[in-house]
Each structure stands twice: as structure tokens, then as C-alpha cells.
Write a protein that binds this ligand. Structure first.
Ligand code: 4EH
Length: 230
């Protein structure tokens, strides 16, 4: 089995590269680096896409079409919406949407374009494995809705609008684009995020302070999950 592991920023992927061994090759493709690695019996292909929906969609599609991955696991950080999520806490997405997609002028709901859907659902089996790992290691793990958009949110009003409109628990800038690519190409996917900030006035400051630690939390958990895959 070949597993794609991706993040958006270098900080999100570096701890994963440190935890896997036997890195053979580094492949340059489409303005990005793809790292081949092994973990137990799994072949891994690891990359950080760079920030945003376009970059992450390109990386997900490349992992599937060029590297033929069987499933995709995403690890990274997110801004919290749900008050039960504190800095460092983990959330897995049950479904994701694009909060910045707006053709409401034509009577469509936020996040919707014709012939598509507002929400894309993650793989239930992978989510159940995550829950099992969290239970086993006694780690707090929430599941919920993650909203994605090409904006760093550092504003309470905007955050509240995203909460209200999509019933979202956390927000970031890559999950939904990765999800829609995987969904279209029939590849099971999993989105894990650790909270780095609360998408409020202090978000910029908190993000800089907690990015590294939270990214590590997420990466470590993802590696633990590899032990439970069959
Ligand atoms: O990949 C982007 C990073 C922020 S932009 C999305 N990631 C982090 C998740 C995230 C997030 N997204 C939107 C964490 N908190 C978020 C928030 N809003 N409040 C970035 C960060 N550092 C340097 C350059 N760009």
C-alpha cells in the first residue's frame, strides 16, 4: 500500500520526515518536492504543498495521478472556532467546505457551485482508526466540520460568520481543496489538524508562537495512526 502524507507548510511536514526512516529519494515536480519514505511495510510519499487551496489541490492531484497513492493523510494546524478546542488540541474533519466560495448572487448557498456540493466527507474508516488511537493513548480528539478558504482569519466577526454559515468547528486554508480532489478521484482521505490559534485578534501572534508545537502534535498522532492501519 502506498500512502500520501501531506501538509501545507514546511513546519507541518518536517516532524513527519523526522519520524519516518529510510528516506530514499526526493523528487522535484510541479514546483514542489516529494519525499519517498518507508514506515513499517508502507511506502510513503510525503510533501508540503505550500499554503492555500490551489497549491494543496495540485499536490493532492499529483500524489494521486503521478505517484498512485491509495489513500491520503493530511497533517497540520488550524484556527479554532469551537470553544472546546484549545491550543494544541486535535480535531479530525468529518466533512469540509469552502467558506470563501460565493456565487450567492445567483441564488446558490455559500460554498456551493453547480454540479458540486457544499460539503465533502472524509473516510469513516480512517476517522475510526483515529478515534481508536486517541482512546488507546488517552489523547483528546474532537471531530467536526472544518471550513477552508484562501484567507488567514484573524477576526472575530469573520470567524462567527463562518461558524454560523457552515456550523464549522475549525478553519484553515487547504483541507477542503484536498478533500474535493480526493473525492473526485475516489481516494480515501483524512484531515487532521492541531489548533495553533483561535482565528481572533490574537491569531497572528498565537500562530507564530504555537505553529511548531501544534504541528508536531498533529504529526506525532498521524504517525501513531500508521501503526493501526491494516
Ligand atoms: O497554511 C495556512 C497557514 C496560515 S497562513 C493555513 N494554516 C496555517 C492553518 C491555519 C489557519 N488558516 C486560516 C491556522 N490558523 C489559521 C487561521 N486562518 N486563523 C501563513 C502563516 N504563516 C506564514 C505565512 N502564511
Amino acid at each position: 500500500m502506498k500512502i500520501g502524507i501531506m501538509g501545507a507548510m514546511r513546519e507541518e511536514i518536517e516532524p513527519i520526515l523526522e519520524l519516518v526512516t529510510e528516506i530514499d529519494t526526493e523528487i522535484d515536480y510541479a514546483n514542489n518536492k516529494y519525499y519517498k519514505a518507508k514506515y513499517n511495510d508502507y511506502e510513503l510519499i510525503i510533501a508540503y504543498s505550500k499554503i492555500g487551496k490551489v497549491n494543496s489541490a495540485l499536490t493532492a492531484a499529483t500524489m494521486i495521478e503521478k505517484f498512485n497513492i491509495d489513500l491520503l493523510l493530511f497533517s497540520g494546524v488550524a484556527g479554532a472556532i469551537n470553544e472546546n478546542l484549545k491550543i494544541g488540541d486535535l480535531i479530525i474533519a468529518t466533512k469540509l467546505c469552502q467558506h470563501d466560495l460565493d456565487i450567492t448572487a445567483f441564488g446558490h448557498p455559500y460554498g456551493y457551485v453547480p454540479e458540486s456540493k457544499v460539503f465533502v466527507e472524509t473516510d469513516e474508516k480512517l476517522n475510526n482508526i483515529a478515534k481508536k488511537v486517541a482512546k488507546k493513548l488517552n489523547i483528546k480528539l474532537l471531530d467536526g466540520i472544518i471550513a477552508t478558504g484562501d484567507q488567514f482569519i484573524a477576526d472575530n466577526e469573520k470567524k462567527e460568520w463562518i461558524r454560523k454559515t457552515f456550523n464549522a468547528d475549525a478553519l484553515e486554508m487547504e483541507g477542503a481543496s484536498v478533500g474535493f480532489v480526493c473525492d473526485a478521484l475516489n481516494v480515501p482521505f483524512f484531515i487532521l489538524r492541531a489548533i495553533s490559534d483561535s482565528a481572533d485578534m490574537d491569531a497572528g501572534f498565537d500562530f507564530d508562537k504555537f505553529l511548531e508545537g501544534s504541528a508536531k502534535n498533529s504529526a506525532k498522532f498521524l504517525i501513531e495512526m500508521l501503526e493501526e492501519l491494516e
